[in-house]
Write a new protein. Structure first.
Length: 201
């Protein structure tokens, strides 16, 4: 077989196959980073039972929508509401629940998370139940819920800059804040006491 621009036919064919394979791989990777299905309020992930976890949520391409609320813990310090996703929970009992947002260890993750909880069924009827935020670190929010009420959780980034943004979301009946490793209580001096800690859940 003759040469094609300095390459043998076999080498040229292998080069073409490699290029096609590489293009397919890059395309697949590009497609894997897309807006989550619960990007919009109307498509909120439904939480049917507790405990609930949604792991490795990549919100890099998530958006905000017209009329989306700006919770009380955002907007007053130069930060805002970006790259949000939504979760819906109908309380089966009157109790206290806790929501946790933990930035993943994904390389280049720049997420500065916030979580806000609302009682209501639409942006116009929302009553905020609580809000927490942090700079590139885990957050924890506990608040009481009433049986039969519908609650929505707005989770996203408060910075709005470029870069990868991903997290793990957890919702459970109230557990101690240090139930998850990232929320470990810091013992700064001795002796140390932590009294009445209920670890039933």
């Amino acid at each position: 077989m003759g040469r094609l621009h300095g390459l043998t036919g076999h080498t040229w064919l292998r080069s073409c196959l490699f290029a096609v394979g590489l293009a397919a791989l890059l395309s697949a990777r590009a497609l894997s980073v897309s807006a989550p299905p619960n990007d919009n309020f109307g498509n909120a992930n439904v939480i049917s039972s507790l405990p609930y976890s949604d792991l490795g949520v990549n919100v890099t391409l998530a958006t905000t929508e017209t009329g989306e609320p700006n919770p009380s813990c955002e907007g007053g310090d130069g930060f805002g509401v970006y790259n949000t996703v939504w979760y819906k929970y109908v309380a089966s009992a009157t109790t206290t629940v806790s929501a946790s947002v933990i930035p993943t260890s994904l390389t280049g993750n720049v997420l500065s998370p916030f979580v806000a909880a609302y009682d209501g069924s639409s942006f116009d009827t929302f009553l905020e139940q609580g809000c927490q935020n942090a700079y590139r670190s885990p957050i924890y929010l506990a608040f009481p819920v009433t049986a039969g009420h519908t609650y929505y959780f707005q989770v996203g980034d408060r910075y709005g800059g470029s870069g990868t943004k991903a997290f793990d979301f957890h919702l459970a009946l109230q557990v101690p804040a240090n139930d998850f490793f990232p929320f470990a209580n810091v013992i700064s001096s001795l002796p140390y006491s932590d009294l009445g800690v209920n670890v039933t859940l």
